[in-house]
Design a protein around this ligand. Structure first.
Ligand code: PLP
Length: 376
């Protein structure tokens, strides 16, 4: 099966006496051991058939051996970080989602060395991996600056040190980028975003090939209680069926909005890996099948007025859904990052992030251009 067919068919095999084309949603918290032959399900904090159906699909999408799903992207992140022990080093790219920043810097309390470094060039990658490292954490494209990191180069250098490489692939989604193919060990998703796609459910996933890593993830999930409910997995699985068609439309409209922004007075720069002058453009062209539906730009006008002036773009955190969103990383998603760290990274007050939805591209273009003029 090819990718778009897997989206619709994987984990959706017809089961049970009724021939349901959509598998039933399992909500039981516990299972009768003697009613099962052989006994397989024990307690829903550990296992649930609706959870497993989604895992089958998400693993298939990356041709991976395993997937474990979680109650949120951050629950998945917490699980990966549980691999670390005091004295070990975590290397992380310098630009990550604000919640991830808070989570990883909090590890210093447990005696873990946490270094955040710009990994957007090969020499920086090599220098950053010149010392022993247990885990390397990447986002690419990064949130919110849309830097691009060469996954294959990181994996090559990291594996020489025996480090595990985790790529948060939330911005690209499996429709545009498959990190395991480039040598990563684990792909992390906030399935809340493009994968589920409708801003109506939280979820996370860890996709990997190594059975020992997968066992560690599911064992942690069972004791930490971070498994999602059957109802939530049903929603994510329903959403993923339209991932390719949604993303294709979102990327096409993003191209039009990038064009608009590039020619609008008051927009001082546009951050989008599809632009030929983006520093990561060449790597992005190789690593991604297209350049995504998240756009950053710097605005010389009044950002708060701009955010209040759109009518179709909702001013809201999150991304990747069918509805277009606009936000200020400094005021919203990256507020947990200390101001000095934000300033050093370039997450300045003039930065605006768009998540492009599936509305009519003409309506979105008109809405944004009116709001941009209003904020000046
Ligand atoms: N990773 C990225 C890149 C994100 O943008 C977010 C949330 O915005 C997360 C992870 C966390 O996901 P969740 O909100 O599902 O916990």
């Amino acid at each position: 099966m090819r990718f778009d067919t897997k989206l619709v068919h994987s984990g959706q095999e017809t089961v049970g006496p009724y021939g349901d084309l959509v598998p039933p949603i399992h909500v039981a918290a516990t299972y009768d051991r003697f009613a099962q032959d052989p006994p397989r399900y024990f307690y829903a904090r550990g296992e649930n058939p609706t959870v497993e159906a989604l895992e089958t699909c998400l693993a298939d999408l990356e041709d991976a051996g395993h997937c474990a799903v979680f109650s949120s992207g951050q629950a998945a992140a917490t699980t990966v970080l549980s691999l670390l022990s005091p004295g070990q080093r975590l290397l992380c790219c310098d630009d990550v989602y604000g919640g991830t920043h808070a989570l990883i810097t909090g590890l210093r309390r447990y005696g873990i060395q946490v270094d955040q470094v710009d990994l957007s060039t090969p020499d920086r990658i090599r220098a950053a991996l010149a010392q022993d490292t247990a885990l390397v954490w990447l986002e690419t494209p990064t949130n919110p600056l849309l830097k691009v990191i060469d996954i294959a180069e990181v994996a090559r250098c990291a594996h020489e040190r025996g480090a595990v490489v985790v790529v948060d692939n939330t911005f690209a989604s499996p429709a545009l980028q498959r990190p395991l193919r480039w040598g990563a060990d684990v792909t992390l998703y906030s399935t809340t975003k493009f994968v589920a796609g409708h801003s109506d459910v939280l979820g996370g996933a860890l996709v990997c090939d190594d059975p020992a890593l997968h066992r560690a993830f599911t064992a942690h999930r069972t004791v930490a209680g971070t498994i999602p409910s059957g109802l939530d997995c049903f929603l994510v699985h329903r959403g993923v069926k339209t991932l390719s068609v949604r993303v294709e439309r979102q990327v096409r409209t993003a191209g039009r909005l990038v064009d608009l922004l590039s020619h609008t007075p008051g927009v001082t720069s546009v951050l989008y890996p599809g632009l030929a002058d983006h520093p990561g453009h060449e790597v992005a062209a190789r690593q991604l099948s297209s350049f995504g539906a998240i756009i950053g730009f710097r605005y010389a006008g009044d950002v708060e007025k701009l955010l209040a002036s759109t009518s179709l773009f909702a001013c809201a955190v999150s991304l990747g859904g069918v509805r277009s969103l606009i936000e200020s990383p400094a005021l919203m998603t990256h507020r947990p990052v200390p101001a000095a760290v934000r300033a050093a990274a370039g997450i300045t007050d003039d930065l605006v992030r768009l998540s492009v939805g599936i509305e009519d591209p003409d309506d979105l273009t008109e809405d944004l251009s009116t709001a941009l003029a209003n904020g000046l």
